[in-house]
Unconditional design. Structure first.
Length: 144
């Protein structure tokens, strides 16, 4: 048993997963990506782990049930993009993530028109959000 508790501040998140969620995303890295909350296997299976936090749908939009699953998967993939896990296929992976968001929203009952402008919104305006960053990760603090 550890004598310390470690924690970190998190900001800008609205939602958190209750359990693990797995979905085949059709993006197959050469090597398995395994982070604290996201795993992407070489066969394209994305697993978002329990307690993953995300900000939900971004931009001038409404957080509706038919947008939540797509926003979760899209945010996790963009987090991996920002982490530099797809350096050689960065732009191709971003395009796949954007299309996947559109497809998932349609599967979940979103109208074709809204899913189309959701896709255009992320495709045109979210490039910066997927750019690999040299910003250090959030600082973990451990106390006795």
């Amino acid at each position: 048993m550890s004598d310390k508790i470690c924690y970190r501040k998190i900001k800008n998140y609205k939602y958190q997963t209750k359990g693990d969620y797995s979905f085949s995303v059709g993006i197959e890295p050469k090597e398995k990506i395994d982070t604290l909350f996201i795993v992407l296997d070489t066969d394209g299976k994305l697993t978002i782990k329990r307690l993953y936090a995300w900000d939900g749908p971004s931009g001038p939009t409404v957080d509706t049930p038919n947008f939540m699953r797509g926003s979760l998967v899209h945010d996790a993939l963009y987090q991996l993009l920002r982490g530099g896990y797809f350096d050689e296929n960065h732009e191709e992976t971003r395009k796949k993530a954007d299309r996947l968001l559109q497809e998932m929203c349609l599967e979940d009952g979103m109208s074709k028109f809204r899913a189309w402008y959701v896709y255009l919104g992320v495709h045109w305006f979210a490039k910066k959000a997927a750019k690999p960053t040299s910003k250090p990760p959030e600082e973990w603090v451990c106390v006795p």
